[in-house]
Design a protein around this ligand. Sequence first.
Ligand SMILES: NC(=O)c1ccc[n+]([C@@H]2O[C@H](COP(=O)([O-])OP(=O)(O)OC[C@H]3O[C@@H](n4cnc5c(N)ncnc54)[C@H](OP(=O)(O)O)[C@@H]3O)[C@@H](O)[C@H]2O)c1
Length: 266
Amino acid sequence: MQKLKGQRALVTGASSGIGKAIALELGRNGADVVVNYRSGDDVANAVAEEIRAGGVRAYAHRADVSQEADVVPMFQRISAEFGGIDILVNNAGLQKDAEFHDMTIDQWNTVIGVNLTGQFLCAREAIRCFRRQGIRPEVSRALGKIVCISSVHEVIPWAGHVNYAASKGGVMLMMKSIAQEYAPMRIRVNSICPGAIRTPINQGAWETEETYNALMRLVPYKRIGEPDDISKAAVWLASDDSDYVTGASIFVDGGMLLYPGFENGG
Ligand SMILES: NC(=O)c1ccc[n+]([C@@H]2O[C@H](COP(=O)([O-])OP(=O)(O)OC[C@H]3O[C@@H](n4cnc5c(N)ncnc54)[C@H](OP(=O)(O)O)[C@@H]3O)[C@@H](O)[C@H]2O)c1
């Protein structure tokens, strides 16, 4: 069953990892999909082509989500090509790690700019589009849905990654505040908080047996997450199956939040 048939979605950072898996899964569930990316035209176009092969509309759109001058035209194009937008997945993100005393202002600004300001800019444009559109009860009970890809680090402090943890902590209260402000208009806003997922962003943490085993000490479920663990949750949050869910952080983390240091009694 195609749960998202007739809906129009934008996934930011959809040329790789979690964003790519979400874009493909939205398409498999019947949504038309815009594949946003920042670099690598060929990879992004291949994702869009794979989605189109399933019989829905899709195109790749290059834009840096941290730049207002890129984000506003990206939403104008969706309105022009698809006639509107029903689902935003705020996924684009990166890390610029450093010990805190060595962290440069550039490392700080880049991570906050993409991970937090980028989510603000895209969410604001999506809300503006939703408000201009009427509700379409034949496709969804909600006027619009926003799914923010946050992290377990919206609550777990992370030494050596202060800029990243600060950006995801910011996403948490931004998401909840937008959810509160727009729930009366039937706009739902939620986050998925992944634990360790096998993507290029954290390759060092899973590519050798030694680092993988070290990572598993943090994961009670004793396996790394795969991008599709996140894409299934994203489709649920974008669909009417979760119509009474808004302002929620859904942790998809194999139990990483369960204080794994205590799993043998502490
Ligand atoms: N993997 C994990 O374990 C994990 C855990 C928790 C949270 N997350 C979150 O999940 C999201 C996706 O991460 P991932 O693991 O899938 O990493 P990834 O494979 O590195 O993918 C990140 C994507 O974001 C894009 N991107 C980066 N900066 C951008 C910008 N300014 N504008 C538009 N797109 C931009 C990248 O494009 P380019 O390649 O062109 O830069 C890439 O397509 C991030 O928000 C990350 O914080 C991941």
